[in-house]
Design a protein around this ligand. Structure first.
Ligand SMILES: Nc1ncnc2c1ncn2[C@@H]1O[C@H](COP(=O)(O)OP(=O)(O)OP(=O)(O)O)[C@@H](O)[C@H]1O
Ligand SMILES: [Mg+2]
Length: 281
Protein backbone atom coordinates (compact mmCIF):
# COMPACT_ATOMS: atom_id res chain seq x y z
CA UNK A 1 0.00 0.00 0.00
CA UNK A 2 1.25 3.47 -0.85
CA UNK A 3 2.39 5.63 2.03
CA UNK A 4 -0.16 8.03 3.39
CA UNK A 5 -0.01 11.64 2.24
CA UNK A 6 0.83 13.94 5.15
CA UNK A 7 1.04 17.36 3.49
CA UNK A 8 -0.52 18.69 0.30
CA UNK A 9 0.75 21.93 -1.21
CA UNK A 10 -1.36 23.20 -4.08
CA UNK A 11 -0.67 26.24 -6.30
CA UNK A 12 1.02 27.82 -3.29
CA UNK A 13 2.16 31.41 -3.68
CA UNK A 14 3.62 33.51 -0.89
CA UNK A 15 4.39 37.19 -0.90
CA UNK A 16 6.00 38.97 2.09
CA UNK A 17 4.29 42.16 3.27
CA UNK A 18 6.96 44.26 1.53
CA UNK A 19 5.92 42.74 -1.80
CA UNK A 20 8.78 40.19 -2.17
CA UNK A 21 7.41 37.24 -4.09
CA UNK A 22 9.16 34.38 -2.27
CA UNK A 23 7.26 31.39 -3.69
CA UNK A 24 5.09 31.06 -6.74
CA UNK A 25 2.72 28.28 -7.75
CA UNK A 26 4.41 25.49 -5.81
CA UNK A 27 2.79 22.05 -6.01
CA UNK A 28 4.04 19.31 -3.74
CA UNK A 29 2.93 16.24 -1.82
CA UNK A 30 4.80 14.97 1.22
CA UNK A 31 4.23 11.36 2.25
CA UNK A 32 4.68 9.36 5.40
CA UNK A 33 8.18 8.02 6.08
CA UNK A 34 10.23 10.00 3.57
CA UNK A 35 13.68 11.57 3.97
CA UNK A 36 13.65 14.70 1.86
CA UNK A 37 16.26 17.36 1.11
CA UNK A 38 15.08 20.80 0.11
CA UNK A 39 17.84 22.57 -1.80
CA UNK A 40 18.44 25.74 -3.80
CA UNK A 41 20.66 28.80 -3.69
CA UNK A 42 20.40 31.55 -1.06
CA UNK A 43 17.08 33.34 -1.28
CA UNK A 44 15.42 30.64 -3.42
CA UNK A 45 12.57 30.25 -0.92
CA UNK A 46 13.52 27.16 1.13
CA UNK A 47 12.91 28.68 4.56
CA UNK A 48 9.72 30.36 3.36
CA UNK A 49 8.45 26.99 2.12
CA UNK A 50 9.42 25.25 5.36
CA UNK A 51 7.56 27.85 7.43
CA UNK A 52 4.57 27.43 5.14
CA UNK A 53 4.48 23.66 5.65
CA UNK A 54 3.65 24.11 9.33
CA UNK A 55 1.34 27.08 8.98
CA UNK A 56 3.75 29.69 10.38
CA UNK A 57 3.27 31.53 7.08
CA UNK A 58 -0.14 31.52 5.43
CA UNK A 59 -0.64 31.47 1.68
CA UNK A 60 -1.11 34.58 -0.40
CA UNK A 61 -2.89 32.21 -2.77
CA UNK A 62 -3.21 28.44 -3.11
CA UNK A 63 -3.24 26.24 -0.02
CA UNK A 64 -1.33 23.90 2.29
CA UNK A 65 -3.21 21.06 3.94
CA UNK A 66 -1.76 18.96 6.73
CA UNK A 67 -3.75 15.77 7.25
CA UNK A 68 -6.59 17.71 5.63
CA UNK A 69 -6.20 20.64 8.08
CA UNK A 70 -6.04 23.79 5.96
CA UNK A 71 -3.43 26.26 7.28
CA UNK A 72 -5.70 29.15 6.18
CA UNK A 73 -8.33 28.19 8.73
CA UNK A 74 -8.26 29.82 12.13
CA UNK A 75 -7.77 27.60 15.16
CA UNK A 76 -5.68 24.95 13.37
CA UNK A 77 -2.30 26.07 14.78
CA UNK A 78 -2.38 23.97 17.96
CA UNK A 79 -3.23 20.83 16.00
CA UNK A 80 -0.63 21.54 13.34
CA UNK A 81 2.28 21.88 15.79
CA UNK A 82 1.71 18.29 16.85
CA UNK A 83 1.91 17.15 13.21
CA UNK A 84 4.68 19.23 11.64
CA UNK A 85 7.66 20.55 13.61
CA UNK A 86 10.01 23.18 12.23
CA UNK A 87 13.50 23.71 13.65
CA UNK A 88 14.61 27.24 12.79
CA UNK A 89 17.61 27.97 10.59
CA UNK A 90 19.04 29.99 13.47
CA UNK A 91 18.27 28.41 16.87
CA UNK A 92 18.44 31.87 18.47
CA UNK A 93 15.21 32.74 16.66
CA UNK A 94 13.54 29.77 18.30
CA UNK A 95 14.87 29.55 21.85
CA UNK A 96 13.33 32.02 24.27
CA UNK A 97 13.01 30.29 27.67
CA UNK A 98 15.55 30.86 30.43
CA UNK A 99 16.41 27.20 31.05
CA UNK A 100 16.92 24.27 28.73
CA UNK A 101 14.33 22.21 30.56
CA UNK A 102 11.66 24.92 30.19
CA UNK A 103 12.57 25.30 26.56
CA UNK A 104 12.02 21.63 25.74
CA UNK A 105 8.90 21.48 27.92
CA UNK A 106 7.35 24.58 26.37
CA UNK A 107 5.51 22.90 23.48
CA UNK A 108 4.18 19.90 25.45
CA UNK A 109 2.99 22.27 28.24
CA UNK A 110 1.34 24.49 25.69
CA UNK A 111 -0.81 21.69 24.31
CA UNK A 112 -1.99 20.86 27.82
CA UNK A 113 -0.31 17.53 28.51
CA UNK A 114 -0.12 16.24 32.10
CA UNK A 115 3.07 17.09 34.06
CA UNK A 116 4.05 13.40 34.07
CA UNK A 117 3.73 13.23 30.29
CA UNK A 118 5.63 16.50 29.84
CA UNK A 119 8.47 15.18 32.01
CA UNK A 120 8.65 11.92 30.07
CA UNK A 121 8.74 13.74 26.72
CA UNK A 122 11.36 16.23 27.86
CA UNK A 123 13.65 13.47 29.13
CA UNK A 124 13.22 11.39 26.00
CA UNK A 125 13.76 14.29 23.58
CA UNK A 126 16.83 15.46 25.51
CA UNK A 127 18.28 11.96 25.57
CA UNK A 128 17.92 11.32 21.85
CA UNK A 129 19.40 14.74 21.05
CA UNK A 130 22.36 14.25 23.35
CA UNK A 131 21.36 17.05 25.72
CA UNK A 132 22.49 15.94 29.16
CA UNK A 133 20.18 16.39 32.12
CA UNK A 134 22.99 18.08 34.04
CA UNK A 135 22.44 21.00 31.64
CA UNK A 136 18.69 21.27 32.24
CA UNK A 137 18.96 24.34 34.48
CA UNK A 138 21.45 26.17 32.27
CA UNK A 139 20.42 29.14 30.16
CA UNK A 140 20.43 28.19 26.43
CA UNK A 141 22.30 31.41 25.73
CA UNK A 142 25.49 30.01 27.33
CA UNK A 143 25.69 26.86 25.19
CA UNK A 144 27.68 26.37 22.01
CA UNK A 145 25.76 26.94 18.78
CA UNK A 146 25.80 23.20 18.04
CA UNK A 147 24.26 22.39 21.41
CA UNK A 148 21.72 25.21 21.12
CA UNK A 149 20.64 23.69 17.86
CA UNK A 150 20.22 20.27 19.45
CA UNK A 151 18.10 21.88 22.19
CA UNK A 152 16.03 23.45 19.40
CA UNK A 153 15.59 20.01 17.79
CA UNK A 154 14.73 18.44 21.16
CA UNK A 155 12.06 21.05 21.82
CA UNK A 156 10.41 20.19 18.52
CA UNK A 157 10.78 16.43 19.02
CA UNK A 158 9.08 16.68 22.39
CA UNK A 159 5.91 17.41 20.42
CA UNK A 160 6.43 14.08 18.59
CA UNK A 161 5.40 15.48 15.21
CA UNK A 162 5.08 13.01 12.34
CA UNK A 163 6.96 15.41 10.07
CA UNK A 164 10.06 17.22 11.27
CA UNK A 165 11.72 19.94 9.22
CA UNK A 166 15.24 20.99 10.14
CA UNK A 167 16.54 24.13 8.48
CA UNK A 168 20.29 23.70 7.89
CA UNK A 169 20.97 20.99 10.50
CA UNK A 170 24.74 20.97 10.06
CA UNK A 171 25.51 24.70 10.07
CA UNK A 172 27.63 25.66 13.05
CA UNK A 173 28.39 22.04 13.92
CA UNK A 174 31.77 20.36 13.66
CA UNK A 175 32.03 17.15 11.63
CA UNK A 176 31.33 14.86 14.58
CA UNK A 177 28.28 16.83 15.69
CA UNK A 178 27.01 17.05 12.10
CA UNK A 179 27.17 13.29 11.71
CA UNK A 180 25.49 12.83 15.09
CA UNK A 181 22.60 15.10 14.14
CA UNK A 182 22.27 13.56 10.68
CA UNK A 183 22.42 9.97 11.93
CA UNK A 184 19.87 10.85 14.54
CA UNK A 185 17.55 12.30 11.87
CA UNK A 186 18.09 9.18 9.77
CA UNK A 187 17.09 7.03 12.74
CA UNK A 188 13.86 9.01 13.12
CA UNK A 189 13.08 8.24 9.50
CA UNK A 190 14.35 4.67 9.26
CA UNK A 191 13.34 3.22 12.60
CA UNK A 192 10.63 5.49 13.94
CA UNK A 193 8.54 6.15 10.84
CA UNK A 194 8.94 9.93 10.79
CA UNK A 195 9.13 12.04 7.67
CA UNK A 196 12.26 14.19 7.86
CA UNK A 197 12.83 17.24 5.68
CA UNK A 198 16.24 18.88 5.79
CA UNK A 199 17.23 22.14 4.19
CA UNK A 200 20.89 22.22 3.34
CA UNK A 201 23.60 23.63 1.08
CA UNK A 202 25.80 20.55 1.59
CA UNK A 203 25.34 18.24 -1.35
CA UNK A 204 27.34 15.38 0.18
CA UNK A 205 24.83 15.34 3.03
CA UNK A 206 21.99 15.22 0.49
CA UNK A 207 23.66 12.34 -1.39
CA UNK A 208 24.32 10.37 1.80
CA UNK A 209 20.98 10.80 3.54
CA UNK A 210 18.09 11.94 1.36
CA UNK A 211 15.88 9.63 -0.67
CA UNK A 212 14.00 12.46 -2.30
CA UNK A 213 15.24 15.86 -3.33
CA UNK A 214 13.31 19.03 -4.10
CA UNK A 215 15.00 21.96 -5.83
CA UNK A 216 13.81 25.55 -5.68
CA UNK A 217 14.99 28.38 -7.90
CA UNK A 218 13.75 31.92 -7.38
CA UNK A 219 10.62 30.72 -5.62
CA UNK A 220 9.76 28.05 -8.17
CA UNK A 221 9.97 24.30 -7.75
CA UNK A 222 12.15 23.12 -10.63
CA UNK A 223 12.98 19.51 -9.71
CA UNK A 224 11.38 16.91 -7.46
CA UNK A 225 12.45 13.29 -7.59
CA UNK A 226 14.73 10.70 -6.09
CA UNK A 227 18.14 12.09 -5.17
CA UNK A 228 19.64 10.10 -8.05
CA UNK A 229 17.16 11.50 -10.56
CA UNK A 230 17.74 15.03 -9.37
CA UNK A 231 21.55 14.88 -9.38
CA UNK A 232 21.52 13.42 -12.89
CA UNK A 233 20.08 16.69 -14.25
CA UNK A 234 23.22 18.86 -14.28
CA UNK A 235 21.74 21.41 -16.69
CA UNK A 236 18.68 22.22 -14.60
CA UNK A 237 20.84 22.19 -11.46
CA UNK A 238 23.27 24.64 -13.06
CA UNK A 239 20.38 27.01 -13.74
CA UNK A 240 19.46 26.64 -10.07
CA UNK A 241 23.13 27.32 -9.11
CA UNK A 242 23.31 23.93 -7.40
CA UNK A 243 26.40 21.80 -7.89
CA UNK A 244 25.94 18.03 -7.46
CA UNK A 245 28.45 16.31 -5.14
CA UNK A 246 32.02 16.18 -6.47
CA UNK A 247 31.86 12.43 -7.02
CA UNK A 248 28.71 12.81 -9.15
CA UNK A 249 30.36 15.55 -11.19
CA UNK A 250 33.44 13.41 -11.71
CA UNK A 251 31.32 10.52 -13.03
CA UNK A 252 29.37 12.93 -15.25
CA UNK A 253 32.61 14.25 -16.72
CA UNK A 254 33.27 10.85 -18.39
CA UNK A 255 29.96 9.75 -19.93
CA UNK A 256 31.69 7.91 -22.79
CA UNK A 257 33.33 5.51 -20.35
CA UNK A 258 30.00 4.30 -19.03
CA UNK A 259 30.17 5.95 -15.62
CA UNK A 260 26.54 6.38 -14.54
CA UNK A 261 25.61 10.05 -14.29
CA UNK A 262 23.63 9.39 -11.12
CA UNK A 263 26.69 8.15 -9.20
CA UNK A 264 26.38 9.29 -5.58
CA UNK A 265 29.23 7.62 -3.72
CA UNK A 266 32.94 6.92 -4.12
CA UNK A 267 32.28 3.16 -3.84
CA UNK A 268 29.89 3.34 -6.81
CA UNK A 269 32.43 5.14 -8.99
CA UNK A 270 35.09 2.66 -7.93
CA UNK A 271 32.85 -0.23 -9.01
CA UNK A 272 32.09 1.43 -12.37
CA UNK A 273 35.80 2.06 -12.85
CA UNK A 274 36.61 -1.60 -12.22
CA UNK A 275 33.96 -2.61 -14.77
CA UNK A 276 35.51 -0.28 -17.34
CA UNK A 277 38.97 -1.69 -16.69
CA UNK A 278 37.68 -5.30 -16.95
CA UNK A 279 36.01 -4.55 -20.28
CA UNK A 280 39.19 -2.98 -21.61
CA UNK A 281 41.35 -5.99 -20.71
N1 LIG B 1 10.76 38.67 6.33
C1 LIG B 1 10.97 38.87 5.04
N2 LIG B 1 10.50 40.00 4.42
C2 LIG B 1 10.71 40.21 3.10
N3 LIG B 1 11.35 39.35 2.30
C3 LIG B 1 11.85 38.25 2.85
C4 LIG B 1 11.69 37.93 4.25
N4 LIG B 1 12.28 36.75 4.51
C5 LIG B 1 12.79 36.34 3.35
N5 LIG B 1 12.54 37.21 2.35
C6 LIG B 1 12.89 37.10 0.92
O1 LIG B 1 12.19 35.99 0.37
C7 LIG B 1 13.02 35.25 -0.54
C8 LIG B 1 13.14 33.82 -0.05
O2 LIG B 1 13.85 33.83 1.19
P1 LIG B 1 14.12 32.52 2.03
O3 LIG B 1 14.64 32.96 3.35
O4 LIG B 1 12.90 31.67 2.01
O5 LIG B 1 15.28 31.83 1.17
P2 LIG B 1 16.22 30.57 1.52
O6 LIG B 1 16.20 29.69 0.30
O7 LIG B 1 15.85 29.99 2.82
O8 LIG B 1 17.67 31.26 1.60
P3 LIG B 1 18.98 30.86 2.51
O9 LIG B 1 19.63 29.69 1.81
O10 LIG B 1 19.84 32.08 2.42
O11 LIG B 1 18.51 30.55 3.88
C9 LIG B 1 14.33 36.02 -0.62
O12 LIG B 1 14.24 36.92 -1.70
C10 LIG B 1 14.38 36.79 0.70
O13 LIG B 1 15.14 37.96 0.59
MG1 LIG C 1 16.84 29.74 4.61
Amino acid sequence: MANQRLIEVSHYTFEYPDGTLALSDVNLDIYENQFIALIGQNGSGKTTLAKSLNGLLKPTSGYVKIDSLDTREKGTTKKIVTKVGYVFQNPDHQLFNNTIEKEIAYGPNNIGLSQAEVKERVEEAARVCGVEQSLFHEHPFFLTKGLRQRVAIASILAMRPKTIIVDEPTTGQDLRQSLEVMNFLRDLWENQGHTVIIITHEMNIVASYAQRCIVLTKGKLVLDGTTREVFSQPDILAEAFVKPPQITRLAQAFPDYGFPKDTLAVEELYQSFQNVVKKAQ
